[in-house]
Ligand binder design. Structure first.
Ligand code: RB5
Length: 164
């Protein structure tokens, strides 16, 4: 029986658009038995999603040995996923249904889940979140190899000369 929650720390964050959904999700995640650390937003005043994505992602990396996970909510989940995936070691998935959350854990060892409060209702978010937090990485050689190749891309990328 899979029982990863004993060793999983969950860091959660949102911008203003995801603030209410985060407030609803936090006690739900705790009710599943996980320890949740809320890194804001702490009110509905406008804030920049990259700031929160960075803070949550840095915690996930810092606590990688403890199997930490991150959950980030903005209006669409798009900005949070883009920002989180800039950090080496972060594998963020923007999930809009349970199957995406499931596959991202099984095949991609995703460690950050992003969702959109303006695109996904809270009841669906709860289902996605539970699937994400309770699905193990399959750990097959082919999946490990492919995940490691993502890190190789990050290590090789210098962006020298890029105009972006
Ligand atoms: C904020 O209005 C919105 O742009 C943000 O929450 C997010 O959806 C960005 O990806």
């Amino acid at each position: 029986m899979f029982d990863e929650k004993d060793k999983t720390i969950v860091f959660i964050g949102s911008d203003h658009a995801g603030y209410e959904a985060k407030a609803a999700l936090k006690p739900f995640i705790e009710s599943l038995g996980f320890a949740v650390t809320d890194l804001g937003a702490f009110d509905a005043n406008p804030i920049d999603y990259p700031d929160v994505a960075r803070e949550v992602s840095e915690k996930v990396i810092e606590h990688a040995a403890e199997n930490a996970k991150g959950i980030l909510i903005c209006g669409t989940g798009i900005g949070m996923s883009m920002a989180a995936n800039r950090l080496k070691g972060v594998r963020a998935v923007l999930a809009t249904d349970e199957n995406l959350a499931y596959m991202s854990r099984q095949h991609n060892d995703a460690n950050v889940l992003t969702m959109g409060a303006r695109t996904t209702n809270v009841d669906v978010m709860k289902k996605i979140t539970e699937k994400f937090l309770t699905t193990p990485f399959e750990n097959a050689e082919r999946h490990v190899r492919r995940v490691e190749k993502m890190d190789e891309i990050a290590n090789a990328s210098t962006n020298e000369g890029a105009s972006c």
